[in-house]
Every structure is written in C-alpha cells, then in structure tokens.
Design a protein around this ligand. Structure first.
Ligand code: AMP
Ligand code: ZN
Length: 133
C-alpha cells in the first residue's frame, strides 16, 4: 500500500500521534496552518467522504471531538475549524479520508473563504437541483 497515511497508521513512517484507538488515529499535520493542527482519520483506507461507511465516519467524528476538547483544554485555543478536502479539485492531496482540526486564536488572521451573493432566482435554481427528497 503506497498510501502515506496507511504507512503512518502501520508504524512504517513516524508521526506525532495525538490519539489512537481501534479504528481511528489523530496526528499532527507536518505543515500546520496553526500550531496543534491535527489530522484525524479512520485507520482503514477510504478515499473520500462518500466512500466511507457511516459507522466509520461516526467513530472518526468522535475522535475529532476528543482532539477539539484537548486543544481547548490543553493548548488554550479559543476555538477550531474542522474541514475535509473531499477529492483533488477541493484540495485533497492525500487520498485517505482525513479531517483537519485547526486551532484558532483571536485575530489570528486565518481567512478561508470568500462570501458570494445569490442573484435573483439563483438560490432557488440550485436548490431545485440538489434538494434531497
Ligand atoms: P489534504 O490536502 O487535505 O490531502 O491534506 C494533506 C495534509 O497532510 C497536508 O496538510 C500535509 O501537510 C499533511 N501531511 C503530508 N504528509 C504528512 C506526514 N508525513 N505527516 C503529517 N502530515 C502530513
Ligand atoms: Zn491509506
């Protein structure tokens, strides 16, 4: 298996492991957006969000929650972002599902997204395509 995260999970490559249980692992991102930036993932290799079974996602989210708690309790962060780059067009470089947990501090200057405005009828047009019945 060439996947670098599988290699970390299997102990073939070192990492700064924040938390580990039977089905999930969390370790420090090697190039953090802020100090304490942690990656949380299932130990089993799934590429993206839709590929991953619900119970595995649930376990992974429980680990995200534990990591967030530790960042707040032990690193004194005011809050954190949780994001997942789903597929290459969204910036996913490593094709093993993982969630980024990014510690945030007041006025830290980390700005992520633009905010657009819908024109007349545009929100309704999008909604009519993606609404799940
Ligand atoms: P993504 O773009 O969502 O696939 O994110 C991949 C992340 O993995 C990036 O933030 C990298 O800094 C991080 N990364 C790559 N290699 C390693 C590694 N060996 N140990 C820890 N983090 C890594
Ligand atoms: Zn993998």
């Amino acid at each position: 298996m060439a996947c670098i995260f599988c290699k970390i999970i299997n102990g073939e490559i070192p990492a700064q492991v924040v938390y580990e249980d039977d089905s999930t692992m969390a370790f420090l991102d090697i190039n953090p957006h802020s100090f304490g930036h942690t990656l949380v993932m299932p130990k089993k290799h799934f590429v993206n969000f839709e590929d991953t079974p619900g119970d595995v996602l649930a376990a992974t989210m429980m680990t995200v929650k534990k990591v967030g708690r530790s960042l707040k309790d032990n690193l004194g962060v005011s809050g954190y972002n949780v994001y997942e780059n789903n597929d290459p067009v969204a910036g996913q470089i490593i094709p093993h599902l993982h969630f980024h947990v990014i510690p945030r501090h007041e006025n830290d200057g980390l700005e992520f997204w633009p905010q657009l405005k819908y024109g007349v009828g545009e929100a309704e047009a999008i909604l009519s395509k993606i609404k799940i019945n």
